[in-house]
Write a protein that binds this ligand. Structure first.
Ligand code: SF4
Ligand code: SF4
Length: 332
């Protein structure tokens, strides 16, 4: 193995516990490819406890956030997870929610109060044109107001306020809008990639790389040659653990060399060929090394992560790579 290949996963710093891949939405920008079409599978109580137990042993862990899919779809399990983290002495930074359940202020307030009583201290409420294809803005605003009542303004993060402001000014809050419709109301050109400028935090991977590439500059697959991913894959400041216990590092869902049973396995080219190829040379090495029969899209790719996902899908369709998991992530 070349000397630069990491030998194990570095200590974990901060990350999300994905209680499910199931969601009320199937947002076009979802990096984790969550969907309303996925099974309503939630992390089991036993796995939650095992996860918290494993995280409690991490010497550099700052905190975690609770996430999905939409974690509130199983309130009982979410509350279990909050309590389990507290039992294990793990700090929960916030719960991420899309506020789809905030039909009226009382419902929202009751829901947030139950979570606060379980030990939650903050929430992050997502708002975007992508979410608005499924959730009317009125629910989002109801959720924000109720969350401020329960957690205080310091305990509520709106992701993002700038987007909320623009949507509030131009969209009917009582109904959903297709992305095409909202773009028209906001004077955005979807075909020119304007939604990327409005939501400037988007990552060009996952479903965004598949569904939102119009108007973005593309490059031939070969041009990503030499763009290695070792540093990203070693980054544990925004890790995720999925409902099956798989660990993702970097911002690389669908690639997992570790799980809750062993968060720091020895990484080797024989056992983890995909990870090692990516760490050493990026997606072009992955293609050349493990998928020489892969035919890149002649239209090109908006990012190396876009190419990476395409090569990985090809690998999964043609071979057995334990690291490319779980099925949910790769399912259409
Ligand atoms: S971005 Fe959030 S709300 Fe949208 S599909 Fe993904 S998990 Fe669900
Ligand atoms: S190209 Fe693949 S491995 Fe590299 S950062 Fe993107 S998703 Fe992660």
């Amino acid at each position: 193995m070349p000397a630069t290949t990491p030998t194990t996963v570095p200590p974990l710093i901060s990350g999300g516990i994905m209680l499910t891949y199931h969601c009320t939405n199937t947002c076009r920008h979802c990096l984790y490819r969550c969907s309303s079409r996925h099974e309503k599978h939630f992390m089991s109580e036993a796995l939650i406890d095992a996860t918290m137990g494993a995280l409690a042993k991490e010497p550099t862990l700052h905190g975690i956030h609770m996430a999905g899919g939409e974690a509130t779809l199983n309130y009982k399990r979410l509350i279990y997870a909050i309590r389990s983290a507290r039992r294990a002495g793990i700090s929960i930074d916030y719960l991420e929610t899309n506020a789809s359940w905030c039909a009226d202020k009382q419902t929202a307030r009751d829901g947030f109060t139950r979570l606060r009583e379980a030990g939650l201290r903050a929430v992050l409420i997502s708002v975007s044109l992508f979410h608005n294809e499924f959730i009317p803005l009125a629910k989002t605003k109801t959720g924000i107001r109720a969350a401020v009542d329960v957690f205080g303004s310091q305990g509520v993060v709106v992701w993002t306020p700038e987007v909320l402001q623009q949507m509030d000014a131009h969209l009917d809050e009582h109904r959903t809008h297709s992305l095409e419709e909202s773009c028209e109301s906001l004077g955005l050109d979807l075909r020119q990639g304007d939604v990327w400028k409005m939501h400037n935090y988007l990552t060009p991977g996952g479903r965004a790389a598949e569904r939102l590439v119009d108007g973005l500059l593309t490059r031939p697959a070969e041009s990503f040659q030499g763009d290695a991913c070792g540093r990203v894959l070693e980054n544990t400041t925004h890790f995720h653990i999925d409902p099956f216990g798989n660990l993702y590092t970097g911002r690389c869902p669908g690639i997992s060399v570790a799980d809750v049973g062993d968060l720091h396995p020895t990484i080797s080219t024989t056992k983890h060929p995909v990870y090692c190829q990516l760490a050493e040379g990026g997606p072009v090495w992955l293609w050349r090394g493990l998928a020489p029969d892969f035919v890149p899209n002649p239209k090109g790719y908006v990012s190396k992560c876009h190419l990476c996902l395409d090569v990985r899908k090809h690998l999964r369709a043609n071979g057995q790579y334990e690291e490319l998991r779980p099925d949910e992530y790769y399912r259409e």
